[in-house]
Design a protein around this ligand. Structure first.
Ligand SMILES: [Zn+2]
Length: 114
């Protein structure tokens, strides 16, 4: 039985938040003026770059969504509702919380629409 409490979650969530913000900043950083990267003269270069940008945009969205969940979990920690299912209100399995401290539902409601 794992004893995973709000104090553990606060630490994990803070670390996770910092990590996600770093990744997001890197992905959304504007291309520097005068950068020699990109705008390759060969067609292949531009294609690869375009694909890379699409992938970055996709993962940036995923990261932003996860960051949103982390921030909501921190708000729930603050108001004392962390660790309880948003749907039915029962205590969420500590193993689940340790794996995903930003979980907002019990396992039964994991697939419920938000
Ligand atoms: Zn539930």
């Amino acid at each position: 039985m794992t004893d995973y409490g709000p104090e553990d979650a606060a630490v994990d969530l803070a670390e996770r938040e910092a990590e996600l913000r770093r990744k997001l900043a890197r992905l959304t950083a504007p291309v520097e003026e005068g950068s020699t990267i990109g705008f390759g003269k060969r067609i292949g270069d531009g294609t690869i770059q375009a694909i890379q940008q699409m992938e970055d945009a996709g993962s940036a969205q995923v990261i932003a969504d996860t960051l949103d969940e982390v921030l909501r979990a921190q708000a729930r920690l603050a108001d004392g509702t962390w660790g309880r299912c948003e749907v039915c209100g029962i205590a969420i399995d500590p193993d689940r919380l340790e794996f995903r401290p930003w979980s907002t539902t019990c396992i039964d409601h994991a697939d419920a629409p938000r």
